[in-house]
Design a protein around this ligand. Structure first.
Ligand code: 6R9
Length: 649
């Protein structure tokens, strides 16, 4: 695959070296790659010893029955003990675990490790009173409040398996997840705050629980104080949890004891229940958080702006940072409430040093303009992270320049719900970063790019991303469906994990993620990635955001169709801009990549985790009835797009 189109991203020759002071004192130095490759299992055994084990493990990895892995065999531990109690026992009880920032102004709480431990113990005692024991499933459907973290850790403490369902999902989605994993208790709140107003959660729970006879109890946090219907299964958190003792002795569980199930969408309609277990998951979540952010737990203030309802929130708001004894910020609201500088105001106020967010947020901030972050003092920031989708070079550089003061390394971290923790990422004290590249597999991780027949491609070529070695935080199976686990991930290529992402190795062997494999287009026999053309569009000064799809075309097989959001400063759409952008893409990539059409739109359809739903855009591009929009964050977006297009706006 040597098409000129694929090489565009690789003409990016800007490099950002680690700042000298960060490099000198970095937690992880360049020799880690060597150490890990000499003895991978010894490397992971050493990282596992960051945790407190009740019984030490006697085997690092049992891979005798692939793809079913067992890590840290024979070891026992308690995840909740590792995230709270041990920090209190080590004398850090007064240290802040979570600076929680609510959406309404001045609604904040700073919670110490000692306070967190007490609350987790009370919640564990309350769940015990409700009959929850080891192995039971508990569904959690909550806003971004501290009780969400407490609920997860209370489950972990008891060996109960939590399944957090994003609070923006519908009652149908909640009901199907409750039913798939047969949850016995649901933990929720009356509501949460969103864009300045209370937004109810309990009615969706009432609806879902009404259809789920297996649910015995519903535990409800009072957050907004709005009116709620009350049934026989319902109990108030403040009454039931508030009345419990703050003493609770955690029980140690097997390293392979299930910790949680997180549902994620696959190619079919039925969501997949990704199962994570305890020892390996916690090891890799903790190590990567420490290594990739260069966490100095005594001085850093870390903020992951994801929602806890996604895997990023699980690994990098809850388990990684707390296992490391970090001080974190947790924010309930949206970036534009009450004003568009809210994030930067929080960074300034709490002295945030490490920030982790998604490219979609960064591009939104680009659209709003650099004059907004400029108004705040963000000199505390020292490492910036990105996750969730390919970060195009322009967004990377904008992030580094305007948020990081042209000082901070940007770590573009590739991983998935399935991988549990980061897999491919720069190390901030070691890597000379290339904007747009996730660089290479972390120490102890095996990744490669292969062609259709599963052969590794040479440097300079593209193909499919695979993971070549089992890793500690890997999914163990799909809940209740071992066969689908094998079929989805382990059958495409012999002996390796198929990630479903397209990727390219550049001349140095560094990895560039090109989007999901189903987002790869074929135009007149040329292979092109949606990410690459999007990146070219966004590099134009008038474009804030772009989404590209391959629409069926009688002549060329597929044709490139682009949807763009213009920057506020561009001053509206019109025919000239479309011509200008088509020519810009031709100039950046080549005539072959020139979009057949470009539609200027007010918004793009995104899932609640910020991923563009290209399927819906393809429907528009191919003049079809638009398909199912229920997983969109804002289901009116498709109407806005269609209305705008038919009125010629
Ligand atoms: C953590 C998370 C996984 C998919 C993955 C890939 C995309 C995530 C990325 C990235 C390019 C990155 N993805 N991080 N693509 N560069 N740094 O997002 O998990 O929601 O399961 O999504 O997201 O396509 O396969 P999940």
């Amino acid at each position: 695959m040597t098409e000129p189109s694929l090489s565009n991203l690789l003409h990016e020759d800007r490099r950002f070296d680690p700042p000298a002071d960060l490099a000198a004192s970095a937690n992880v130095q360049a020799d880690a790659y060597e150490t890990a490759s000499e003895d991978r299992l010894a490397f992971w055994a050493e990282q596992a010893r960051r945790l407190s084990w009740e019984t030490p493990f006697d085997e690092v990895l049992d891979w005798s029955n692939p793809p079913f892995a067992k890590w840290f065999v024979g070891g026992t531990l308690n995840a909740s003990y590792n995230c709270v109690d041990r920090h209190v026992e080590a004398g850090n009880g007064d240290k802040v675990a979570i600076h929680w920032v609510g959406e309404p102004a001045d609604d904040t709480r700073s919670i110490t490790y000692a306070e967190l431990r007490d609350e987790v113990c009370r919640a564990a005692n309350a769940l015990t009173e409700l009959g929850v024991t080891s192995g039971d499933r508990v569904a959690i459907y909550m806003p971004m409040i501290p009780e969400t973290v407490v609920a997860m850790l209370a489950c972990a403490r008891l060996g109960a398996i939590h399944t957090v369902v994003f609070g923006g999902f519908s009652s149908d989605a909640l009901a199907s997840r409750i039913s798939d994993c047969e949850a016995k208790v649901v933990i929720t709140a009356d509501g949460g705050y969103r864009r300045g107003a209370p937004s109810a959660l309990k009615p969706a729970v009432d609806d879902a629980v009404g259809r789920s006879p297996g649910v015995e109890h519903v535990l409800v946090v009072r957050r907004t104080g709005q009116d709620v219907a009350w049934g026989e299964k319902d109990a108030w958190w403040h009454e039931l949890v508030g009345g419990q003792s703050a003493d609770h002795t955690p029980e140690a569980f097997d390293a392979e004891h299930p910790l949680y199930v997180m549902y994620t969408s696959g190619t079919t309609g039925k969501p997949k229940g990704i199962l994570h277990t305890t020892g390996g998951y916690l090891t890799q979540a903790a190590w990567t958080h420490w290594a990739v952010f260069d966490l100095k737990a005594d001085t850093d203030v870390y903020w992951c702006a994801a929602d806890i309802g996604w895997v990023t929130g699980h690994s990098y708001i809850v388990y990684g940072p707390l296992a490391n004894g970090a001080t974190s910020v947790m924010y309930e609201g949206t970036p534009d409430t009450p004003h568009k500088g809210r994030w930067w105001e929080i960074v300034q106020e709490y002295g945030v040093t490490l920030l982790y967010c998604a490219p979609t947020a960064i591009r939104t901030f680009m659209k709003w303009g650099a004059d907004i972050p400029e108004q705040f003092d963000m000199s505390s920031l020292r490492v910036l992270g990105s996750v969730g989708e390919p970060i195009n070079p322009e967004a990377y550089v904008w992030y580094r320049t305007n948020i990081g003061g042209d000082r901070t390394p940007v770590v573009d971290t590739w991983w998935q719900t399935e991988t549990g923790a980061m897999m491919i990422s720069p190390l901030p004290g070691v890597t000379s970063g290339k904007p747009g590249s996730a660089m290479k597999a972390l120490p102890g991780i095996g990744a490669d790019v292969v062609d259709d027949s599963g052969q590794p491609v040479p440097n300079g070529s593209g193909g499919y991303l695979v993971l070549t070695e089992p890793w500690p935080s890997m999914l163990r199976t799909l809940w209740g469906d071992d066969q689908r686990f094998i079929d989805t991930y382990w059958s495409r290529f012999e002996g390796v994990y198929f990630a479903g992402d397209g990727a390219k190795k550049d001349e140095d062997g560094d990895i560039w993620l090109l989007g999901r494999v189903d987002d790869v287009m074929n135009v007149s026999g040329h292979r092109m990635s949606t990410a690459e053309i999007e990146s070219a569009l966004v590099s134009h000064e008038k474009v804030a955001e772009a989404a590209v799809v391959g629409a069926t075309d009688a002549t060329t097989g597929q044709a490139v169709v682009a949807f763009v959001i213009l920057r506020e400063s561009a001053g509206g759409g019109g025919d000239e801009i479309v011509t200008e952008l088509r020519n810009h893409v031709a100039k950046e990539i080549g005539a072959i990549a020139k979009p057949r059409s470009i539609m200027v739109v007010p918004e793009l359809p995104k899932t609640r985790s910020g991923k563009i739903m290209r399927r819906l855009l393809r429907d528009v591009a191919e003049n079809r009835e638009v398909g199912d929009v229920t997983t969109l964050a804002d289901s009116s977006v498709m109407d806005q797009i269609k209305t705008g297009l038919s009125s010629g706006a």
